[in-house]
Write a protein that binds this ligand. Structure first.
Ligand code: PMP
Length: 360
């Protein structure tokens, strides 16, 4: 029996990367210690740290006006840090509510200042992304906050709004580096590492320098992006092992042809699974509207809850991990992040077809 990792996060890591980490776990670069046991101020750690920052800049095509940070606290801390830093006196923060995570981000901002709901997907039951092509942004908007991929609902933006001079901020936790994205419209991007970039414990943040001057002096140092930029993201001890793993994953990404290479593979993987659903004559049903379908999280259901339980049981037995959907959205979800191989999607697709043949 094989093992197929479709976990939603923490999710699959490239097998190659795990092998590399294993090989030097006890003795990093022949030093006789693991990377977890050396100072974050050492030359050896600094090399990993700065190299990872540079790889992110290169892979994303960031101009020199952007800084890359490694933060603690998960993407969830960013839901609070964003308004703490950028929702300044007399301004209102604009939120797009398109699913569970953007709802959480909005909820935190409301505790910290004035917000306005710019678009909502609530009427569609979060099955499609709200259209942002005609977005009207009121005066005195501090920033516009969007989520590129709603992990739980399985919906994704395939283009982003033009917000003019108003800073555009995006949570890209579940699709960063899965496809090319022009970073220039964004002022701030953040992403928890544990889906496409590495293990949990580090959040990647990309900040345009122009935002730094907006940050109130009164913020505690640790919560201010200015502090982290000033110290090259070494203000306090970074999550060294997570950053080390992110560094290895980034190099793996380069070997795969960068975000362009990933995008081709991710398209193929998602197409394979959505085709199985679409050709099942109603036995399976994709939950997301076609135009918003996520290439990272394929959410679907079967025609009856009895069959769904049977399917989940069989999937588990056959080594397919993480297919049970999130408790908020229910049903089934296959998370097919960058590190999930095409062959694993093929195995899942074949299994679903066979299950239909036996139970349809
Ligand atoms: N945003 C998105 C899009 C997510 O998928 C998640 C986690 N699944 C979060 C935020 C929260 O991340 P964390 O658990 O790292 O705080």
């Amino acid at each position: 029996m094989g093992y197929y990792n479709f976990n939603a996060g923490p999710g699959a890591l490239p097998a190659e990367v795990l092998q590399e980490a294993q090989a030097e776990l006890r003795s990093f670069q022949g030093t006789g210690t693991s990377v977890m046991e050396i100072s974050h101020r050492s030359k050896a750690y600094e090399a990993i740290h700065y190299e990872a920052q540079q790889l992110i800049k290169d892979l994303m095509g960031l101009s020199s006006e952007y800084e890359v940070l490694f933060l603690h606290g998960g993407a969830s801390l960013q839901f609070s840090m964003v308004p703490l830093n950028f929702l300044t006196e007399g301004k209102t923060a604009g939120y797009v509510h398109c699913g569970t995570w953007s709802g959480k981000a909005w909820k935190e901002a409301k505790k910290l200042g004035k917000t306005t709901l710019l678009a909502s997907g609530v009427d569609s039951g979060f099955k499609k992304m709200p259209d942002l092509s005609q977005l009207s942004i009121p005066d005195h908007t501090a920033y516009v906050h969007v989520i590129s991929n709603e992990t739980i609902d399985g919906i994704q933006y395939h283009s982003f709004p033009d917000t003019g001079d108003v800073p555009l901020i995006a949570d890209m936790s579940s699709d960063i580096f899965s496809r090319p994205v022009d970073p220039s419209p964004f002022s701030y991007i953040y992403a928890g590492a544990q889906k496409n970039l590495g293990p949990a414990g580090v959040t990647i943040a990309i900040i345009h320098r122009s935002l730094l001057e907006l940050i109130p002096e009164t913020l505690p140092d640790i919560l201010s992006y200015r502090t982290h930029v000033k110290h090259g993201s070494l203000y306090n001890t970074p999550p060294v092992f997570s950053v080390y793993m992110v560094n290895l994953v980034l190099k793996w990404l380069v070997r795969q042809g960068g975000v362009e290479g990933m995008a081709v593979r991710n398209q193929q993987k998602a197409k394979l699974l959505y085709d199985v659903l679409d050709h099942s004559e109603g036995f399976y049903e994709g939950l997301a509207h076609k135009e918003s379908r996520s290439l990272m999280n394929v959410t679907f259901r079967t025609c009856s809850s009895e069959l769904e339980n049977k399917l989940l049981g069989e999937l588990e037995q056959e080594g397919f991990m993480g297919l049970k959907g999130h408790r908020d959205a229910g049903h089934l979800r296959a998370s097919i992040y960058n590190a999930v191989p095409y062959t694993h999607c093929q195995a899942l697709g074949d299994f679903l077809i066979d299950f239909q043949r036996r139970n349809g």
